[in-house]
Design a protein around this ligand. Structure first.
Ligand code: NAD
Length: 305
């Protein structure tokens, strides 16, 4: 029998993910507040529900891809604990929340779901809009082993790498650790390349040297931040596309929040967050919609003459 997925949140990421579930043979009943997002999902073969509560009727799985933790908690738990999806969805359904939210927020939804007798995993993703459309996302899942195994059936059409990080909330922890490290090595790479250029080196030559030396890292290998060094990357397209500064700032904010909760010291992550925040407001215009490798412009712009 065809399995039914309720999909809530059909934006830049969710739209492509829902379309891949349709291609994977699932019956997808979808909901988004935006009529444009609904129309796009309909073109991709989803049926459109009148509300989130309508979408979950008879669902085997509920997948959400929403902007933040307050919205995710609002959708599942509701304003007073009685008007969220947990009160109306089938007890047998499995919830997969793929949004990027604070681990504590995921744990609150997980605990409320457990109280309602419903299984929940957090399954945030690595990979952007193109990976969501191509079905090549990486999923970092938090939940008990049996729920993880059940979740894989739904995640497979949307992703190429699926990891279990630990219990509920662990997927979000893995996601913010990864993105904090990404922010740190991207800022470090931009800083090193600027130092080289300021001292007369060709950034392509310096990049080749560091790629074969101990400074080699993912930003240098796949995502060089200096325009013209690498073809096809956002740096060579005026920093359009890719992963926005605003989303990196969101993830670094979640890392700060998690560090306060666990009393961890994250001086490098805090420095990276400050750098991206200064960059966002630099050069007299909001840089938030630019790709995060545009941090290179912050170094270039602040170079001493
Ligand atoms: P988006 O803003 O494009 O999409 C979010 C969608 O949720 C919108 O269409 C909005 O109308 C809908 N929505 C909001 N509240 C709703 C509600 N109560 N009920 C139903 N629909 C509602 O955002 P996005 O880029 O698709 O990101 C979604 C999540 O994925 C975020 O948590 C983000 O941090 C994460 N993420 C994004 C990227 C990326 O590159 N865009 C990469 C990795 C992770």
């Amino acid at each position: 029998m065809t399995q039914k997925v309720a999909f809530i949140g059909l934006g830049n990421m969710g739209g492509g993910m829902a379309a891949n579930l349709v291609k994977g043979g699932f019956e997808v009943r979808a909901f988004d507040l935006s009529p444009a997002a609904q129309a796009h999902a309909k073109e991709e073969g989803c049926s459109i529900a009148a509300s989130a509560a309508d979408a979950v009727v008879g669902a085997d799985y509920v997948v959400s891809m929403l902007p933040n933790g307050a919205i995710v908690e609002g959708v599942y738990i509701g304003s007073d604990g009685t008007d969220g999806l947990l009160n109306v969805m089938p007890k047998t359904a499995l919830i997969l929340d793929c949004s990027t939210i604070a681990p504590d927020s995921a744990r609150r939804v997980g605990a409320a779901a457990e109280k309602a007798g419903i299984r929940f995993v957090d399954a945030p993703v690595s990979g952007g809009v193109a990976a969501a459309a191509a079905g090549t996302l990486a999923f970092m899942v938090g939940g008990v082993e049996s729920s993880f195994e059940a979740a894989k059936i739904v995640l497979q059409p949307m992703g190429s790498n699926i990891f279990r990080a630990g219990d509920v909330g662990a997927g979000q922890v893995a996601k913010i650790c990864n993105n904090m490290l990404l922010a740190i090595h991207m800022t470090g790479t931009a800083e090193a390349l600027q130092l080289g250029m300021d001292n007369g080196l060709d950034p392509a030559v310096l990049s080749n040297i560091m790629l074969k030396s101990s400074g080699c890292n993912w930003s240098l290998q796949k995502y060089n931040p200096v325009p013209g060094v690498m073809e096809g990357v956002p740096a060579s397209k005026d920093y359009q596309g890719g992963f926005m500064v605003d989303l990196m700032l969101k993830d670094l904010g979640l890392a700060m929040e998690a560090s306060l909760s666990s009393r961890s010291s994250i001086p490098m992550g805090a420095a990276a967050r400050n750098l991206f925040n200064l960059h966002k407001h630099s050069a007299g215009e909001d840089q938030g919609k630019k790709d995060f490798s545009s941090i290179q412009k912050f170094y270039t712009g602040n170079k001493k003459s």
